[in-house]
Structures are given as C-alpha cells and as structure tokens.
Design a protein around this ligand. Structure first.
Ligand code: ZN
Length: 372
C-alpha cells in the first residue's frame, strides 16, 4: 500500500512537471544553434536546499513519448534506422569519407562506424569529427570507451573540472546524441573556462547491439552497480523487493562487478571532477545529488529530486563522495530536443557550473584535500 501511494505521488509530480514544461513552450527564445561556452552569468536562480534523499520508488518504465515542439525538425532516431544492422566492432570501416577527418585509432573508427549506423542524429562523420580518443577502457564485448578532454588554456586558470557523460543506459539514444552536440559546441568554443572530460557513450554494448538495451552486455544496470556504502546490504534486496526483480534494474552480482563501472570510477579518481553531469532519458526533469545548490532548471527541464538508489552514480559520487552530480533526464529517449532547447540547456548548465563549481573547489580546499 505504501509503495502504491508513493507511485501515485511520483506519478502526480511527474504530471505536474510535464505540465510545467508544456506551459513554458511558448516562452522559448530562438537561441543560436551553437551557444558559446562562455555565457553571461545568469541571474541567481531560485534553488531549494536539498533534504537528504530517501530511497525512492523507481521511476516506472518510460512514459509515452512526448515530441518536442516542432521549432525545428530534429532528425529523429527512428526505429527503422535504429534497427539497421551495424558493422562489427572488430571489422571497422577505416576510411572515413570526409577528407577532413584524420583518425588513426582503429578502435575509435570502428566505434564511430557503429554509432553512426545506429543513431539517426549522429553520423559516422559527426562522430569522427568529434576527435574522440581511445581511453583504453573496454566494454565486455571489447568496444572502446571513447573520451574527449578539453584541457586548460595557457593563460587561464579554469574554474574547475567537469565530467560529462551520456549513454550509461544503452536504450536512451538521445542521451548519447545530445552529448555529441555539446561536444561540437566545446570543439568550437572551448575557452578554458572549465577543464572538461566528456564520455559520450559509457555503455557501448547496450547501445550498439541489434536491439539496444538499458543494461550492459551482462544484463547489469550500470547505474545500480556503483559501490555505494549501502550496496552490499541493500542493492539486491532492493532489486528483488522494490523492483520485483525487474531485469532492467539488475544491480549485478557485486558492486563494481562490471568493467564499464570500474572504468568510470577510475576516471573519477584520476580526473577528480568538481561536478559530474550524467545524461539520461525520458523522464523530463533535472535530478541532483551532492553538496552545493542544485540547478533549478536546465532549459525546459525542472528540478525534481527523485532520491537515491543503492548503486546509482548519484548515490556513489554525489552522496558518498560529495561530488555534485547533475542528472539530466531528457523528455524523449528517441527524439532529440530542438536545437534551441539543446543550446538553452547548455547555457543554463554553464551558468550553474560557474556559480557552484567555485564553491565546490573552495569547500574541497578547506577539507585540505590536495589539488592535483
Ligand atoms: Zn537512464
């Protein structure tokens, strides 16, 4: 009964959030497609203090898709295209059609071929032109986990380090495509304001199989596999009793059992981000875990804190390690937001980072943690 009430509460708040979003549709401004990285600081937005999250009811399966207002004609990741057979990772097409592309890395070339064949909004050339680098990390099926770093500029001390990640859930196509769009923005406009590490696709095996799936190739929900303090006691019980053993939420046999999870933890340890931004879909909201003040909104997505789960990244990095984690839940897994909304989210995100990352740095330095 309690669970039923919680589901009801969750559903009504989701409906409220959707109502909010649709109300803001006609106030959208026509922003330029490519927002400069350095945006003017936004006026201080209303934020609310975070009460410590309770274990939350899992969001249920994706809501019916709600296409964005047709401000533009985003190229949808149509099912037909998504089902197109893709090239094998070990047999990449090594010669990109564009002469501007110079990728010497076979693993990245193979990955880009597969991504371009799978996603409607990212072509093979888009992917190659992002100049991704092979991190050395590998998925279960030996696909590369690609990254792009944007280093500090010579004459400028960055405000801090930001780790941006998409595609931890392999069937949330738009979460990968939008990170490629933001990579384009950074490739053009990186000014040294922040030091960035961008991971467009943390779960390549989930996305790039014939029928994409949320979990990795071992059937593990990577966003329940992080070694949170409550993992051993709670993760499997939670999965059995609260999700009724939903295979889409399987946290794995042990914390950090999966190579993709371990790789991401290593990046947190070595890159030492001052903020982590993780992109998901399709719940149409912004979630937040960690110290500092959450963003009130990003574009048309509004803050709605869902609570934490055993093994989730927000729980691991945000709560246990005190690193701010912004979770962006796009409104649709299969349809990209209009370009203006992609820019608007980015501008809001940069403004939030400009406000909160320096506070995070200060708090960290007061803990006497060594910097770098
Ligand atoms: Zn997700």
């Amino acid at each position: 009964m309690l669970r039923f009430l919680r589901v009801l509460t969750y559903a009504s708040s989701l409906i409220a959030a959707l109502g909010l979003i649709s109300c803001t549709t006609n106030t959208e401004k026509a922003n330029p497609t490519k927002a400069p990285v350095v945006s003017e600081p936004q006026p201080e937005l209303i934020t609310q203090a975070k009460t410590k999250p309770q274990p939350a009811v899992e969001p249920q399966e994706p809501l019916p898709e709600k296409p964005p207002a047709p401000v533009e004609q985003p190229k949808p990741d149509t099912p037909a295209r998504l089902e197109r057979p893709s090239a094998k990772a070990d047999n990449p097409s090594k010669t990109p059609t564009s002469s501007t592309v110079n990728t010497s890395n076979d693993a990245i070339a193979g990955l880009c071929k597969e991504i371009g064949d799978k996603l409607g909004s990212v072509t093979v050339d888009n992917c190659l032109q992002a100049s991704l680098r092979d991190s050395g990390g590998r998925s279960i099926l030996d696909r590369a986990i690609a990254i792009k770093k944007f280093d500090p500029q010579d004459d400028k001390q960055p405000l801090g380090r930001v780790l941006l990640m998409g595609g931890i859930h392999g069937d949330e196509y738009s979460s990968v495509s939008i990170v490629f769009r933001w990579l384009e923005t950074l490739n053009e406009h990186h000014s040294g304001l922040f030091e960035w590490m961008v991971v467009p696709l943390l779960n390549p095996d989930g996305l790039l199989r014939k029928k994409s799936q949320r979990q990795n190739d071992a059937g593990v929900d990577l966003n329940r596999n992080f070694p949170t303090p409550d993992w051993r006691a709670d993760a499997l019980n939670y999965w059995r009793n609260r999700t009724y053993s939903n295979p889409r939420r399987y946290p794995g046999p042990n914390a950090s059992s999966e190579p993709e999870t371990r790789w991401f933890i290593e990046q947190i340890e070595s890159f030492k981000p001052d903020a982590i931004v993780a992109v998901h879909a399709p719940h149409s909201l912004v979630d937040y875990d960690g110290p500092q003040r959450p963003p009130h909104k990003l574009g048309r997505l509004y803050l709605q804190e869902l609570g934490i789960y055993p093994g989730s990244l927000g729980n691991y990095a945000g709560v246990a390690k005190d690193i701010p984690v912004v979770t962006i839940e796009l409104s649709s897994a299969g349809i990209m937001p209009p370009s203006s909304e992609i820019s608007s989210m980015w501008s809001d995100l940069i403004a939030w980072l400009q406000r909160e990352v320096p506070k995070q740095r200060l708090a960290r330095s007061q803990e006497n943690e060594p910097e770098d």
